[in-house]
Design a protein around this ligand. Structure first.
Ligand code: BGC
Length: 603
């Protein structure tokens, strides 16, 4: 969701920023602590085990995953066709982006019928078959539920718009204008005002996203009951998880006060301040989720990671885990949020650390470094130049799969897929890019060149190009014309070429996923960062009773001598990537190759 307003830009290639090539000695400043890091520090026995904490999730953007009928748009049958590929990778559960009937103004996040399938994706029979094929393979399905808004083509909105006295009028927010203008100064995430004037009634309706995505009025109990019924419909079909889209914005401030100048600069957070937010989520939990064996993961864009515990503290009975955005947004330029600045490893790890400590014993996090709303991880946090793409993709895989949080792998990340080389505004499909172009370029605030430079590294389309299955035409994604262009690097980066290559990014992911399954400490073990201020080597321990592991990742393209804290001694290597020299038992320092990463068992 980061880039819906093009919140970022300039590629943070550490590699370019580094000016030295010789060995640098970096030492871990803090010894591995024997005393608790914080009072929330946990031991396995204190953390309730759950299937969804142990599971490795894979996110599928169905539109771009696999097309089976030549339409150029991915479909449910395509997902079914590739289940064995995912099972073989070790995936336990799959989150699919919205699969419901939609006019696709925002690729399915504008739903016109909650209980029907998007016609491009197939039929309800296909969906039922997907669930049963997944069950056969002992895999679980998480669907994406969009309950903050519907499409303007949803029958509720059509009714609502038909007249002030219609019983559905109150399903949405309708307000009179103020002094001939919008009811207040709320901006939309996709550019322009969050209010759209309706000529017929001379009133405005609210849309935090596109004008084709009117916001539902959660203060109306009928709306909530209708949504709960809809959620049960899918849960009764055997769905095991729900990712709840933009859940932190469902409660609105009833008076709709104007945003202050300060709030306007960062309105994401202001939109999460509705007074009934937690009351509604708790109610939804009681009325719906508590009756099923289901995991809920809230997308809480706008909520600082330090507040995420309000959603996930199990004693509050709201959600199981949350996607927070402080990490993926660490490089948003505070002066101009549509573009990026450089980021540092210290800021990265401090953000991870804060999220971990915030979750503590009672909460839980979802961990992700890319998704359908963000650039490709290797282009964002790694180095996608040919020399470093594979090593840095593997290093980031090590980070993703060793956190005390449920890992989410976005489709194609397991291949090291990269951002797309966009040339002009016409190359983009993203409604967010188009809205920002209107707001910034067409008003003369930002030059075309500057905007494109930013969009190239931030656009959501980077992650949405078709999956690269093989080196045949259209990367084996479709026999038709793909809805979005395939990345021209598909002949080099594709699944077919990696499956039988033991050194591929894909096989490194497979190995790590296996380890995640085999070593409970990697899921539940206490997380302790060895030096929050180190900008070169990311090192942390995962400790579960006597099971102790060290994770080390060199984030630079230079070799580094990493001095281990005195109270750490390595027993053996569990897995390594890009290592050039073997680590000796009881070594006091490690010579790390560029982008080397590894997991080591400690004495
Ligand atoms: C989704 C976006 C979508 C938006 C509006 C987000 O959080 O991840 O892709 O555009 O919600 O539904």
């Amino acid at each position: 969701m980061l880039n819906r307003r093009l919140t970022s830009a300039i590629a943070p290639f550490f590699a370019v920023a580094m000016s030295f090539s010789s060995l640098q000695t970096v030492s871990a400043a803090t010894p591995v602590s024997t005393t608790p890091v914080s009072q929330d520090n946990i031991q396995k026995s204190e953390q309730l085990p759950a299937w969804w904490k142990q599971a490795v999730f894979y996110q599928i953007y169905p539109r771009s995953f696999k097309n089976t009928n030549g339409s150029g748009v991915g479909d449910i049958n395509g997902i079914i066709e590739k289940l064995d590929y995912l099972k073989n990778l070790g995936i336990d559960a799959i989150w699919i982006n919205p699969h419901y009937a939609s006019p696709n103004k925002d690729n399915g996040y504008d739903i016109s019928d909650y209980q029907d399938i998007m016609k491009e994706y197939g039929t309800m029979e296909d969906f039922d078959r997907l669930i049963s094929e997944m069950k056969k393979r002992n895999m679980r399905l998480m669907v994406d539920v969009v309950i903050n808004h519907t499409s303007d083509q949803h029958p509720w909105f059509i009714q609502s718009q038909s007249g002030k006295d219609n019983p559905y009028r109150d399903y949405y927010f309708w307000k009179d204008g103020k002094d001939g203008k919008e009811p207040n100064n709320y901006p939309s995430f996709f550019g322009g005002s969050a209010w759209e004037k309706d000529a017929k009634s001379d009133q405005y309706y609210l849309h935090y996203f596109a004008k084709q995505q009117p916001d539902l009025n959660w203060d109306n109990p009928k709306v909530r009951q209708d949504l709960y019924k809809m959620l049960k419909f899918w849960l009764d079909k055997g769905v095991s998880g729900m990712r709840i889209d933009t859940v932190a914005t469902i409660s609105k401030i009833p008076e709709f006060p104007d945003l202050s100048e300060n709030q306007k600069k960062d309105f994401d957070e202001a939109y999460t301040q509705g007074p009934n937010l937690h009351k509604y989520i708790h109610e939804m939990n009681k009325e719906v989720f508590s009756h099923y064996d289901v995991v809920t993961a809230g997308e809480i864009f706008g909520v600082p990671a330090t507040d995420s515990i309000r959603f996930t503290d199990r004693r509050r009975e709201e959600l199981n885990m949350a996607f927070t955005f402080d990490l993926i947004r660490i490089d948003v330029d505070p002066k101009a949020k549509w573009r990026r600045t450089d980021w540092t490893l210290s800021k990265f790890r401090q953000t991870v650390n804060t999220s971990d400590k915030t979750a503590g014993q009672y909460g839980w996090n979802a961990f992700f470094l890319d998704n359908h709303d963000n650039p490709r991880v290797v282009s964002h946090f790694g180095d996608d130049r040919p020399k470093w793409r594979v090593p840095s993709a593997k290093a980031l895989a090590t980070v993703i799969l060793t956190q005390r949080a449920t890992p989410f792998i976005y489709q194609g990340t397991e291949l090291g897929m990269t951002n797309y080389p966009f040339k002009s505004i016409d190359d983009f499909d993203d409604i967010g890019v188009k809205g920002s172009w209107k707001d910034l370029v067409e008003t003369g605030q930002v030059s075309k060149e500057e905007f494109l430079k930013a969009a190239r590294v931030t656009s959501r389309d980077n992650a949405r190009t078709p999956f690269q299955w093989d080196a045949t035409e259209n990367a084996g994604f479709t026999t038709g014309k793909p809805w979005l262009k395939v990345n021209p690097n598909y002949k080099e980066i594709n699944a077919a070429s990696q499956i039988n290559d033991p050194d591929s990014v894909l096989n490194y992911y497979r190995k790590l996923i296996q380890l995640r399954h085999d070593i409970p400490a990697l899921t539940y073990g206490e997380y302790h960062d060895l030096d929050l201020n180190n900008d070169t080597v990311y090192a942390y321990t995962r400790i579960d009773g006597n099971e102790k592991y060290l994770v080390i990742v060199n984030f630079k393209e230079n070799s580094v001598n990493y001095k281990l804290p005195e109270d750490i001694s390595i027993q053996s290597t569990v897995v390594e990537s890009n290592a050039k020299s073997p680590i000796e038992q009881n070594a006091t320092s490690i010579k790390l190759a560029p982008w080397q990463s590894g997991i080591y068992k400690l004495n």
